[in-house]
Write a protein that binds this ligand. Structure first.
Ligand SMILES: O=C(O)CCC(=O)C(=O)O
Ligand SMILES: [Fe+2]
Length: 279
């Protein structure tokens, strides 16, 4: 059985639900979620985006049919950076509309290139008022490139992980539903470096996972989820899906994000230039 097949796509909710909020002020968001480092689903944060109505799979298929896109294959438990194919976007969308992840385990993940090739897409969305990114104070070469798009078939899986450099993240759902299972930072010791599969845990290898107490939510079109830095999460698509995401640096993740960024973007590049390769 492949890793992807083990995941129930219509799993009933098992865990306490992440708050769903609308009409949230910036002040309320900061106090109740950002400063207290709790995730939240905001149901009206992207109502004014042109993308909210415009961005359907059909829209991308017809408008960007010939755009070449990199699709990653989930072969084992993790995506491998070199396990990918490059296909025409229309070909990929045709496949994901006809198949599910267990027979077509390919996922467009974290792709920012489409926004460089087709810059007009950038005017279809706007960073919601809740998220101010301190990376803007750093030189451009130190920042990550956003937004990033995810497009995948029903069942597409992102295994349990922590986001880059301990940054906060938000993800806006445009097409289909995604189920999220999230673990607070203080439970990291129960997750075995994120080797556990929360929906199919191996308690023999990972006995401490029995004590884990995640929260969960299912987001659909128009929802936006805020994931504070340090919360490990697993994400499964319940339908064919399309989402965009930003990671960002802000209160609560500053030290870790800055040090991760400096190590990778400054020292990492320097070592690369000087030809120093450490394992
Ligand atoms: O939507 C997904 O499949 C995963 C998104 C995510 O967790 C990420 O971008 O880090
Ligand atoms: Fe993530």
């Amino acid at each position: 059985m492949s890793a992807s097949m083990r995941h129930e796509t219509e799993a009933p909710s098992q865990y306490p639900q992440v708050d769903r909020r609308s009409g949230l002020s910036v002040r309320e968001f900061r106090k109740e979620y950002l400063y207290s480092r709790r995730p939240v689903v905001i149901t009206d944060a992207i109502d004014s985006w042109p993308a909210r109505d415009l961005w359907t799979l059909e829209y991308f298929k017809s408008r960007y049919a010939h755009t070449q896109i990199t699709v990653f294959r989930l072969g084992g438990e993790r995506y491998q950076p070199d396990d990918y194919e490059t296909v025409k976007l229309s070909t990929f969308i045709d496949r994901l509309q006809a198949d599910a992840f267990d027979t077509y385990p390919y996922y467009v993940r974290d792709d920012w290139r489409i926004f460089q090739t087709h810059k007009e897409l950038l005017s279809d969305y706007k960073v919601p008022k809740y998220f101010f990114d301190w990376f803007v104070f750093l030189p451009e070469f130190m920042r990550l490139t956003y937004p990033r798009i995810f497009i995948g078939p029903r069942g597409a899986l992102t295994p349990l992980h922590l986001d880059i450099w301990g940054t906060h993240a938000w993800l806006a759902q445009l097409v289909g539903r995604k189920r999220w299972i999230l673990f607070p930072p203080e439970q990291q010791g129960l997750l075995y470096d994120c080797s556990v599969q929360p929906q199919n845990p191996d308690f023999v290898r990972f006995p401490l996972f029995r004590q884990a107490k995640p929260v969960e939510c299912t987001i659909g079109p128009g929802d936006l989820i805020f994931v504070p830095g340090g919360w490990a999460h697993e994400v499964v698509s319940l339908d064919a899906t399309l989402s965009i995401t930003h990671n960002y640096m802000g209160p609560g993740c500053f030290t870790q994000s800055l040090s991760g960024c400096v190590q990778e973007q400054v020292f990492g590049r320097l070592k690369h230039r000087l030809g120093i390769n450490h394992a």
